[in-house]
Design a protein around this ligand. Structure first.
Ligand code: CUA
Length: 258
C-alpha cells in the first residue's frame, strides 16, 4: 500500500469515528439530559383578535394577528425589563415576524399559533417587521413595541380618532377593517386610492371608463371592491364584512373628507 493510500484510509477511519462520536453524544444528550428539539408550535387555537395581556407589571403576553398587510396590535407600550410572551396567528397567508434588536424570529402560519418569549430591557422602540413576502403590501407590514422606563410607564389609554371629523364609531371601523393600511386620509398615495376628496371625484377605472364617485359608486366600491377598480391600482382589496349601517357610516364619513 502506498503512503498516500494509507493516509487516505486513516482519514476515512477518523471521519467515520468522528461522526459516530457525534451521534453518541447527541443520543446521550437526549436520553440522559432530556434535551429536546426547540419548538415554537403551540396547542393554542388560531385567534382573530390581536391583544396585549398584562400578567404582572413585568410579565406581558401579546397576541399578534399578522394579516395582509398589517399587524394587530399596531403598537404596544411596555415598561423596560418586561418579559413578553409572543403568540402569532394569521387568517390568510404565511407571514414572518421579526422584532429588530432581539432574537425574536417567528413564522405566522395559517392554522397554527407560534410562540416565543423575549425580554425587553432597553427603553426604545423595537420595530416588528414581516420578513416573509406576503403580497403587494408586504413591505408596509410593520408594528412597534415601545419600551419605556419602568418609572415612566403608564398602562395604555385608547388612541385618539384617526382623522378629521371622525366619529368614534367610524374610527373604530376604519381600524377594525384595516382600511387605512391601504387608503390614506391625507391625500397621499397608497396601495389603494386616498380617501381624501374621494366623494364626488371623477374617477377613471381600469376598463377606461370614468365615473363620478357618488353614493351608489362608493357603496359598490366598499361592498364589492372588484366590480370597478380605479385605474392605476391593483384589484387587491378584500371584500369587507360590513353591515348596511356601517357602510352608510363610512359613506357619510367619506363625504366629510374633502
Ligand atoms: Cu406579511 Cu410580508
Amino acid at each position: 500500500m502506498t503512503p498516500a493510500l494509507k493516509l487516505e484510509r486513516r482519514i476515512i477511519i477518523l471521519s467515520v469515528a468522528f461522526v459516530l462520536v457525534l451521534f453518541g453524544l447527541a443520543a446521550m444528550a437526549i436520553n440522559m439530559f432530556h434535551v429536546g428539539l426547540p419548538t415554537c408550535l403551540t396547542d393554542i387555537k388560531p385567534f382573530e383578535k390581536g391583544e396585549l395581556i398584562t400578567h404582572s407589571p413585568t410579565h406581558y403576553e401579546i397576541h399578534y394577528v399578522a394579516k395582509m398587510w398589517d399587524f394587530e396590535p399596531k403598537e404596544v407600550t411596555l415598561p423596560a425589563g418586561s418579559t413578553v410572551d409572543i403568540y402569532v396567528s394569521t387568517p390568510d397567508v404565511t407571514h414572518g415576524l421579526i422584532l429588530l434588536g432581539t432574537n425574536l424570529n417567528l413564522m405566522a402560519v395559517p392554522g397554527v399559533v407560534n410562540y416565543a418569549r423575549v425580554k425587553l430591557d432597553q427603553p426604545r422602540i423595537y420595530q416588528l417587521l414581516c420578513h416573509e413576502y406576503c403580497g403587494t403590501g408586504h413591505e408596509r407590514m410593520a408594528a412597534n413595541v415601545r419600551v419605556v422606563d419602568a418609572a415612566a410607564f403608564k398602562p395604555e389609554t385608547p388612541k385618539a380618532p384617526a382623522g378629521p371629523q371622525t366619529t368614534d364609531a367610524v374610527a373604530k371601523l376604519l381600524e377594525a377593517k384595516d382600511c387605512l393600511t391601504c387608503h390614506s386620509i391625507d391625500g397621499s398615495e397608497g396601495i389603494g386610492p386616498t380617501l381624501k376628496g374621494m366623494f364626488g371625484r371623477q374617477t377613471k377605472l381600469t376598463d377606461g371608463s370614468t365615473v363620478t364617485a357618488d353614493e351608489a359608486y362608493l357603496r359598490e366600491a366598499i361592498v364589492n371592491p372588484s366590480a370597478k377598480v380605479v385605474a392605476g391600482f391593483d384589484d387587491v382589496m378584500p371584500k369587507p364584512e360590513l353591515t348596511d349601517e356601517e357602510v352608510n357610516a363610512l359613506i357619510e364619513y367619506l363625504k366629510t373628507l374633502k
